[in-house]
Write a protein that binds this ligand. Structure first.
Ligand code: TEU
Ligand code: CA
Length: 554
């Protein structure tokens, strides 16, 4: 594997709308991000991925772009964006933007022109089909519920949208569309961006010609994944995009890739692959059900460990995975991966260390470094996210009571991650002086950045230590490039692994509230990190406290 400039970095995801509001309108913005760069530098991160802040009607919170060359006024101006890139550079930090090119917004100029003249140039930027009475062109269900087809306003056509109806899919089969995409990517890279996170990219290749598949729910529709499984040849598009854009600039790219077959991993993230890296979603998708969120199976500590190790094995040294505990589409990791009732400072730190020390590029999602948790929902009216609202309906349709449907949705709602960042114990968690666009988690009085910065034993400082360890010249080579080998696999509720490079490290986490003994095959020479003040030892046996995590040099 060829070494790359970004391998030893630590990345941080910002959801701009909820990060920091600089002007009191209740919406986070780019000047707000700039004012927090010193905070991020203190944490130790180098790469910052911004969820979309382009012009957008915000039907899907910016993942519906109406102008790829502009910043939405709610987030700031292009000058603010340029200033952010420059200010980051001063601190040796890199800015990544979100590349959302499976679809645009129905308010994009291209879509407007397609409506005006569906037979003209821009009609071919989308997937349009003649209307045939009540019959839809295909029976595919969109990710956010309902059919993927809607009427193209003012015409006798329908257009395809695999996400929301305000997110029409772009037709990648059309070379003119692809040229427009590459032009835009290069325009941003010229501005000094380090690269992109690439949204929903696996959707750009459709199975042609379109056809129906067996329905999988009582709505008579089938999951969009059924069609995607049937689509071949995405590599041609991805390879072309890489050659025309990222390769030219040695830019970083991380793909949002789901359900890839193991045999394509070298093409995706091997040397010269389509992307620099891709996210590992193995833990996040565990227990998912085709029926909907209400039917999902909870994840246990054993499942978590097996998911992580399976991904590590699958990728091996072919390339680099990007490891996450959460993102803006997922519930808070500490609420999800720590058994109910056990969410505390120690267990949060354990989860942090176990994930952070995996081989790959660690991504931290805003607030994760504080141990931010899911928000309690008392009514569906408190939910903003379109995906959660759909899943609520799916649960009701399946016969769940409104209370149970709300519970199911609350567990997975994307809003859990989107509540405002908790900066302090001031009003609205110090996120805004106005009225926040989304409810602040009431636990901000006890979980906030200001108090954690003052407390050397905080979750924040634990993340800071993990980051420093990754950058420590003595251990860097091993942590970044060393192999990963699972240890004590048969021991229940224990997740442990060796990282072997020029050093040998053992990461060991007691994934339960009760104590647990582990007998080491050989003595350790040094404790690099411990989330407790002490280690209880008897000869070569360590008696781990509940949720104790250790990083040992062997
Ligand atoms: O998500 C892609 C994706 O696959 C989603 O279906 C995801 O599983 C879902 O949001 C879970 O509820 C990306 C973005 O990360 C997401 O925020 C956008 O809504 C989506 O693309 C459309 O752009
Ligand atoms: Ca603002």
């Amino acid at each position: 594997m060829t070494k790359k400039w970004w391998h030893d970095k630590v990345a941080y995801q910002i959801y701009p709308k909820s990060f920091y509001d600089s002007n009191g309108d209740g919406i986070g913005d780019i000047p707000g991000i700039i004012s927090k760069l010193d905070y991020l530098q203190e944490l130790g991160v180098d790469m910052i991925w911004l969820s979309p802040c382009y012009s957008s009607p915000l039907a899907d919170q910016g993942y519906d772009i109406s102008d790829y060359y502009n910043i939405d006024p709610r987030f700031g101006t292009m000058e603010d964006m340029e200033r952010l890139i420059a200010e980051a550079k001063k601190r040796d930090m890199y800015i990544l933007m979100d590349l959302v090119v499976n679809h645009c917004s129905d308010e994009h100029e291209w879509f407007r022109k397609a409506c005006e003249d569906p037979d003209g140039e821009y009609g071919d930027f989308f997937y349009l089909r003649e209307k045939d009475g009540e019959k839809l062109p295909t029976n595919w269900r969109s990710y956010f519920g309902g059919p993927v087809w809607d009427d193209l306003p003012g015409t006798n056509r329908q257009y395809l949208h695999v996400f929301h109806k305000k997110q029409p899919d772009l037709n990648w089969e059309n070379p003119k569309l692809r040229e427009e995409v590459y032009k835009n990517i290069n325009w941003w890279l010229e501005k000094g961006l380090a690269g992109f996170r690439i949204d929903a990219i696996i959707n750009i290749k459709k199975a042609l010609p379109f056809r129906d598949y067996a329905p999988d729910r009582s709505d008579g529709l089938c999951s969009i994944n059924t069609m995607l499984k049937d689509a071949e040849g995405i590599g041609t598009f991805l390879g072309e995009m890489r050659d025309r854009t990222f390769s030219v600039y040695d830019a970083f790219s991380v793909g949002e890739v789901f359900n890839e077959k193991p045999e394509v991993i070298p093409d995706f993230i091997g040397d010269g692959g389509y992307f620099s890296t891709m996210f590992d979603f193995n833990e996040a998708i565990f227990g998912q059900s085709g029926k909907g969120w209400y039917d999902a199976e909870p994840i246990t500590p054993e499942d978590y460990k097996n998911c992580c190790f399976a991904s590590q094995k699958k990728v091996g040294d072919i390339g680099f995975l990007s490891n996450i505990i959460e993102n803006h589409d997922e519930p808070r990791g500490v609420s999800r991966y720590i058994p109910e009732g056990d969410c505390c400072k120690e267990s949060k730190k354990m989860l942090a260390a176990l994930n952070f020390m995996l081989r790959g590029l660690p991504f931290i999602y805003q607030g994760q470094e504080l141990g931010m948790e899911n928000i309690p929902f008392s009514s569906i009216d408190e939910v903003d996210d379109i995906s959660s609202l759909d899943e609520y309906q799916v649960a009701l349709d399946a016969g769940l009571s409104p209370e149970d449907a709300l519970k199911a949705v609350a567990r997975f709602s994307r809003d859990n991650a989107r509540t405002p960042m908790q900066w302090s114990d001031a009003a609205h968690a110090g996120f805004t002086t106005g009225k926040p666009w989304l409810r602040v988690n009431p636990n901000y009085l006890s979980i906030n950045a200001a108090s954690q910065l003052e407390d050397p034993d905080s979750v924040f400082h634990f993340y800071q230590k993990l980051i420093r360890l990754r950058k420590d010249p003595v251990y860097k080579e091993t942590i970044v490039y060393g192999t990963l080998e699972p240890a004590f696999r048969e021991q229940h509720n224990l997740m442990a692994y060796y990282r072997r490079g020029d050093k040998t490290l053992l990461v060991i986490g007691n994934y339960q509230s009760g104590k647990q003994a582990v007998t080491l095959p050989l003595p350790y020479t040094k404790v690099l990190l411990n989330n407790y003040a002490d280690i209880t030892r008897e000869g070569s046996t360590i008696l781990l406290h509940g949720y104790q995590v250790l990083i040992l040099e062997m």
